[in-house]
Design a protein around this ligand. Structure first.
Ligand code: ATP
Ligand code: SF4
Ligand code: MG
Length: 347
């Protein structure tokens, strides 16, 4: 567990918004992902979760670009690769074969005029390492096996068009497609958001089973803390494009040290125990075009002092545990932060 599969240092991502204008959506991100871990990336809408997730796989849309930092991966063969130096062809093989993504809004991620089996054929042929040709029979066998793993009936699903499947079936099929080439890392962006509660539960259960079976490392993007608590070994909280706290699920849900993380937890109703009055976080996240000086959370923070308005606050290591299990926070007054709600039955 000493050599992370994925290492991100000081990563910044910007979107071009005009001929000479751009906004920085993610900045100063340091992140290590260790083999077999499941990391939840949490935070309010617009904080940069999807942007970071896409950046990790160099899948940013045309107007988005990584403007600084480093991004390295340990490939399946053990070599360390600099993802920012990879050329088009290397990237094509890297994606889906080494690391795959289930996109946000996945319900629309399938091409509506292509049958499910042909989505598998395209992914297997376009992204494999070239050692296998993927004949029609091989594609059908692999796709069938994967669909069964996510409890879909291949006889019904393979020849279907996407609109013939329910939302939950589509989501399962997308997860099966993402793991078709046995990637080491799977990034899932809000994979259960549009689904009813029972279907959500079943997808979560499936993800547990798939991880056990295939052993992939997972980045799970969500604004649902309950899901994060259930699926994650580690949690990273994002605010205004930065990671402002990271720790084990236990650290984050029982002893958060950033006022924003504590605020998020206090804003969620526990499912057992007393029903406390929920607290909301006052104000709104800042606009990317008008970031406050110093700690970006300072206009909303009950602990803010003049010092908080001066310089950017870096992540500080709070524990002397091995790095894979550290707790870090970007707050000058973290020693004053105590979770008001002790009962957190979601964890
Ligand atoms: N193509 C784009 N062009 C310009 N700005 C963008 C673009 N995509 C995202 N952004 C901006 O980047 C910021 C981060 O967006 P992102 O989609 O990563 O947030 P998010 O945390 O995933 O939000 P949500 O929870 O709503 O999915 C937002 O302020 C958003 O407006
Ligand atoms: S650094 Fe200051 S403003 Fe930022 S979260 Fe900590 S106390 Fe609040
Ligand atoms: Mg998003």
């Amino acid at each position: 567990m000493t050599d992370p599969i994925l290492s991100v240092r000081d990563l910044a991502i910007a979107y071009r918004t005009g001929r000479k204008e751009s906004v920085t959506a993610v900045s100063g991100v340091d992140l290590d992902l260790y083999e077999g871990q499941s990391l939840a990336l949490v935070g309010e809408s617009g904080c940069g979760k999807t942007t970071l997730g896409l950046g990790l796989l160099r899948l940013l849309p045309g107007l988005g670009e990584i403007t600084s930092g480093s991004l390295t991966y340990r490939l399946k063969d053990g070599r360390r690769a600099d993802l920012l130096k990879m050329k088009k062809e290397q990237l094509r093989r890297f994606r889906w074969n080494e690391a795959a993504m289930v996109f946000q809004g996945a319900m629309n991620a399938f091409n509506p005029v292509i049958r499910i089996v042909d989505h598998f054929a395209d992914t297997l042929r376009d992204h494999s390492d070239g050692k296998q040709r993927w004949t029609k029979a091989e594609v059908e066998a692999r796709a069938g096996e994967l669909l069964e793993t996510v409890r879909l009936d291949p006889d019904r699903v393979l020849q279907s068009y996407p609109h013939e499947l329910s939302g939950g079936m589509k989501q399962r099929a997308l997860i099966a497609l993402a793991i078709a080439l046995d990637p080491q890392v799977l990034v899932l962006d809000e994979p259960t958001t549009a689904l009813d509660l029972l279907t959500q539960r079943s997808i979560v259960q499936q993800l547990h089973e798939l991880r056990k079976k295939f052993g992939f490392t997972m980045v799970f993007i969500t604004h649902d803390l309950g899901l994060a608590a259930e699926l994650a070994d580690r949690v990273a909280t994002m605010y205004a494009g930065r990671i402002i706290e990271t720790g084990s699920a236990r650290d984050i849900f029982y002893a958060p040290k950033h006022p924003y993380t504590a605020g998020l937890i206090n804003a969620v109703m526990p499912v057992k125990g007393e029903r406390p009055a929920l607290e909301s976080i006052p104000g709104y996240p800042p606009s990317l075009k008008a970031m406050p000086d110093g700690c970006a959370f300072n206009p909303r923070c009950a602990f803010a002092t003049a010092e908080c308005k001066q310089d950017r606050v870096p992540l500080e290591l709070l524990t002397d545990r091995p790095l894979a299990m550290h707790h870090s926070v970007a707050c000058l007054h973290h020693d004053q932060v105590i979770l008001r709600r002790k009962e957190n039955a979601n964890v």
